[in-house]
Design a protein around this ligand. Sequence first.
Ligand code: PEP
Ligand code: MN
Length: 442
Amino acid sequence: MSNYLDSWRELPAAQQPEWPDRGELDKVVAELSVLPPLVFAGECDNLKAELAAVTRGEAFVLQGGDCAETFAGATADGVRNKLKTLLQMAIVLTYAGRVPVVKIGRIAGQFAKPRSKGTEVRNGVELPAYRGDMVNGFDFTPESRIPNPERLLRAYHSSAVTLNLVRAFTKGGYADLRQVHAWNQDFVSESPAGKRYERLAREIDQALAFMHACGADPAEFHGVEFYSSHEALILDYDRALTRVDSRTGEPYDVSAHMVWIGERTRQLDSAHVEFFSRIRNPIGVKLGPTTTAEDALALVDKLNPDNEPGRLTFITRMGASKIREHLPALVEKVTANGAQIAWICDPMHGNTFEAPSGHKTRRLDDVLDEVAGFFEVHRELGTHPGGIHIEFTGDDVTECVGGAYEIAEDDLALRYETACDPRLNRSQSLDMAFRVAELYRS
Ligand code: PEP
Ligand code: MN
């Protein structure tokens, strides 16, 4: 099994850190290899079954969270606010969109970032790029930017505490449907989307009271299934957390329920694709605007040779101006081939631009337009628009422009807190959920 899981080591692995001391890395990897799993293989299979329903057109994925989680961000408030936002979005989609929602966080492991440039220049000083808290520090100093393998261990422990809290929140009463109002009791309740949400929550209350009067009180009302996911970029980390499942004898990456391959590491002969072909989790691949149908079909052959529904999700990230042109041929040819795929839309990564102030940002209108294009293309082809993959935070940041609570380019400096890409804030996320629910039902 160990050869089977290490075949990727012979292949080119892009975006890996240059660890200064291989011995240190080996020590950390040995330690990670015997630490307990963060998730169970059976839970990964449950997610796979839910994603199979998405593939059949019977459910919708809501996947989201930070672009880059930070160790400092793993606080009770930080985790609760993200979860709250995701639960609010999910309730809007379920109620207004009338569709079961598969809830997946970009959380409890999203600590590594691929970078388009290996270095960063500020005021004439050039240093190695920040590659996520799992690799090096965000501070712009030479010491902080040196990759440190101890950070892999910290990423594991930070994921563990985050997931522990998420499990407590989702199973311990906080995600109970009777809490729909409580999720809205803070700054967001005053925003236009927050008010719209409050009206929806009142309708849900009435429906619950009616059901209760009828004697119905199903377990589904008292908690939610919630799954973790991250880009499995640093292969030494994800390999060290791969375990053979005692039930089936099959290997699973137990650092998260779902893992995905990024746009920069999805080459067919890459170490990433090879590693992913060996694990049994549900997996995703990001597909940008240069992806050809042949690329997509070759990925299907390599990553899902048995055509198992729920195993493979394609996360398209084309950009609002390109999706209507590039997505149709991709979906059409993959579908014609008979491939069982869940298609979901990442409307963030193809719509990033630099504001005059120098902040990396995204316009909510572009994000929504890409989602609208995604729905149009799938409706035209008779395929299922299976979900969205977004970058958001539960906090009141000013990183993306637009929204009913208008954030202008001049406002970006107010609370620009992301460690990497710009995220939707709470009220922008809610705006988006209402819009997506309308698109789903139309
Ligand atoms: C990301 O999801 O943060 C990311 C880097 O995306 P992509 O691989 O699509 O560029
Ligand atoms: Mn990102």
